[in-house]
Structure formats: structure tokens, C-alpha cells
Design a protein around this ligand. Structure first.
Ligand SMILES: [Zn+2]
Length: 174
């Protein structure tokens, strides 16, 4: 998990949260990759559950928006979040230009009420939409779809080129 966030590092969440599901301000400082220190201050909730053999154990509730998973460890890389949220953030960062174009094309397709996916046929003009808007959105979809298609084709070509070189390098029988 290390190195996912800017200047990311793994650290258990602050151990001073002990109240039962009460929001605690967990203040901490975090050093970014560029050496600048940033102060963070937001509540991290803690929940207690009973153990099978008696006693109780504490869980952190992931403070990432819309998550709230009960986890034993929170990761720190600018914000505290559970590993699921970090994976998500990481996937977003890794999105390349083709993926981005594809996602943008899908956004426009959604506005037009067309099915997602640039390989799917284009639809008609939604009821109540001005023709000018429709023409603009339709052109936008085409542009994003084109970027995505050319981008992936180029990447595939690159892959094929690499494969061809590998095959060339294989020892030949004389
Ligand atoms: Zn989370």
C-alpha cells in the first residue's frame, strides 16, 4: 500500500480515539511529496464490538466520503482512508488518456440518453432537447470516442511492436 498517495505512507490511525462511535477530531500533520507540511483535521469515528472470547475491540470507521467501512487499519497518504478507498483513488490516478476520453464519451452519451459504451450505436435526439444542443453533444461524443479509439489502437500497436521485437530476439535454429 505504500506510496499510493502523494508522499504516501502507511500508518495506523491515531490511537488516541477511544470513545464509542463519537466523532473525534483527529488532528495530524502530513508531509507532502514536495516537503510541504499540511495540517488535516476531521473526525475519525471509532466503533467497539464484542469479541468471541470476551472483551471488546475497536474498529476505525473509514472517514472517506460515502464509505464508513469498519476497518482495523486506516492508511494515511494526505487523508486517512481504508484500503478500499485507497485502491479506488489509485485506480483514478492511473486512468490514462484513452480511459479518460472513454469516460467523457460515456458522460456525454448519458446526457443524450444513449447506452453507455462508444462501441454501441448512436441514438437519436432526446425529446425536448434543442437541435443545436444535440448537434454539439453529438459532435463532442464523436470527438471523445475518436480519441479513445485512436489511443487504444496506438497502444495495441505499441504492444504488437514490442511482441514483434521479442520474437525477433528469440534464438533461431540454424
Ligand atoms: Zn473507505
Amino acid at each position: 500500500m505504500c506510496g499510493l498517495g502523494p508522499g504516501g505512507c502507511c500508518a495506523p490511525a491515531p490511537a488516541n480515539c477511544r470513545t464509542n462511535a463519537a466523532p473525534r477530531q483527529s488532528g495530524y500533520r502530513h508531509q507532502r511529496g514536495d516537503g510541504e507540511w499540511k495540517s488535516e483535521n476531521y473526525p475519525v469515528r471509532v466503533e467497539w464490538t464484542g469479541c468471541t472470547f470476551g472483551g471488546r475491540r475497536a474498529w476505525f470507521l473509514c472517514p472517506a466520503q460515502g464509505c464508513g467501512r469498519r476497518v482495523a487499519i486506516l492508511y494515511s497518504g494526505g487523508i486517512f482512508a481504508c484500503r478500499h478507498c485507497y485502491k479506488l483513488a489509485y485506480a483514478c490516478q492511473r486512468e490514462n488518456a484513452d480511459d479518460r476520453a472513454m469516460r467523457r464519451a460515456d458522460n456525454v452519451r448519458q446526457q443524450l440518453g444513449w447506452g453507455a459504451g462508444i462501441a454501441n450505436p448512436k441514438g437519436g435526439k432526446p425529446k425536448g432537447m434543442h437541435w443545436a444542443t444535440f448537434a454539439r453533444l453529438s459532435a463532442k461524443q464523436d470527438a471523445f470516442a475518436w480519441v479513445a479509439t485512436v489511443g487504444s489502437a496506438r497502444r495495441l500497436g505499441l504492444l504488437n511492436g514490442r511482441l514483434a521485437r521479442l520474437i525477433d530476439d528469440l534464438p533461431r535454429e540454424h
